[in-house]
Write a protein that binds this ligand. Structure first.
Ligand SMILES: [Zn+2]
Length: 381
């Protein structure tokens, strides 16, 4: 690393944190479009001040707006930087369990780790290059997603269309376990199973009833039995509703099921298995709807090469960058990677407690992570 000249701007941890705190101070649950758009306003203003070309698309289906900020320079396929501005935390967490506060190396706040810190780091990285009078070699598009935490239903098509126009995708989701980024993620499937039985009086006419709940119980045992840690498959029946009264044999029962798989082949196998499920007991009907919500993101040659570039950058500051083994959590990186776009994810701040009441980032990770993002933007060609 060459010594910075005296008057050259530095990546300043306090300054990075100050900017992150501004973003975190605006609470933005996915389903609250108005609140999400308040952060979008703030981010839009900041990128506009950098002289970026702005493109804001009004939200649909009760979600916030999609914001795209592009460098005014560069032609051809460039770098797509993805970040989401929504969080899982309801309004008011900031006054309760997740007051913005610093304790030693940890800084707490709603959505600070997942992933406002990462989004801000990407902004700061771009600003840092501009302050140094530098330009990226490739054009860069920053895309801010309003509803990633609910599966990006209104932005998926936009993300995929954008991915095809870019050479690389950098995803600013949380970093992991000390100097780790993400180079693969499991695919996520969602299914709804509905069982229809026959209602009857639980006392007087028990024998006439066909319990939808009983059938569902048998189905659940079968479904949960598909979890296979060795093959990386997990299945979870996470929501269950059914029945109308304790003295009524239940006519209907519904279950919502989450599936995680490491490869496209297993995704196909499992989706097929789910959609072909048959009743176990007599005189009941079952219906299964659903499929893959995020395709698996597998570490191919392009991703391996991009990851080694990131490792080389990290060595410039004397640090070793690693990747995590196949994580079960999906992100918008699944969409870009499944299209064959070299995708590096988990580039945000390190910390812990995503979605939890102890969500926090590590202050010590801010400078190295900002450096990594800055140099990726600067050097990718
Ligand atoms: Zn996230």
């Amino acid at each position: 690393m060459t010594e910075p000249r005296k008057n050259e701007p530095k990546i300043d941890a306090e300054e990075v944190l100050g900017g992150i705190v501004e973003w975190v101070s605006i609470e933005s649950p996915s389903h609250d479009a108005k609140s999400v758009n308040k952060v979008v306003d703030h981010v839009e203003g900041q990128f506009r001040d950098l002289g970026m070309k702005m493109d804001r698309t009004p939200g649909v289906d009760g979600f916030g707006d999609i914001l795209e900020c592009k460098t005014p320079w560069g032609e051809g396929k460039g770098i797509l930087v993805l970040a989401h501005l929504d969080t899982v935390h309801p309004i008011g967490m900031i006054e309760k369990d997740l007051k913005i506060r610093r304790e030693g190396d940890s800084v707490f706040g709603p959505g600070i780790y997942d992933m406002k810190a990462g989004g801000y780091i990407a902004y700061y990285a771009m600003r840092h290059l501009i302050r140094q009078g530098k330009k990226t070699k490739l054009p860069v598009t920053f895309m801010f997603i309003p509803e990633e935490e609910v599966g990006s239903p209104t932005s998926r098509a936009r993300i995929e269309a954008a991915a095809k126009r870019h050479k690389y995708a950098l995803v600013m989701e949380p970093g992991r376990d000390g100097d780790r980024v993400v180079t693969s993620r499991k695919g996520v499937g969602r299914f709804i199973m509905t069982v229809k039985g026959r209602a009857s009086h639980a006392g007087a006419k028990h024998e006439d009833g066909r319990s939808a709940i009983l059938e569902m119980a048998k189905q659940i045992v079968r479904i949960e039995g598909k979890t296979d840690y060795n093959r990386g498959i997990t299945v979870n029946v996470g929501l269950l509703t059914g029945g109308t009264g304790v003295n009524v044999i239940s006519a209907e029962c519904t279950a919502e099921i989450d599936l995680r798989v490491p490869t496209p082949e297993l995704a196909e196998e499992m989706v097929d298995w789910f959609l072909k499920l048959e009743p176990i007991g007599p005189d009941v009907e079952i219906k299964v709807e659903g499929g893959m919500n995020r395709p698996p993101y597998t570490k191919d040659a392009g991703i391996t090469e991009l990851f080694s570039k990131a490792q080389a950058i990290y060595r410039e500051i004397g640090k070793e960058l690693n990747d995590v083994l196949l994580t079960g959590g999906g992100s918008d990186g699944n969409f870009t990677a499944a299209l064959g776009i070299p995708t590096l994810d988990g580039l945000g701040a390190d910390g812990k407690g995503a979605h939890a009441a102890y969500e926090q980032i590590y202050y010590s990770s801010l400078v190295p992570r900002t450096y990594l993002c800055t140099r990726l933007l600067e050097t990718l060609e």
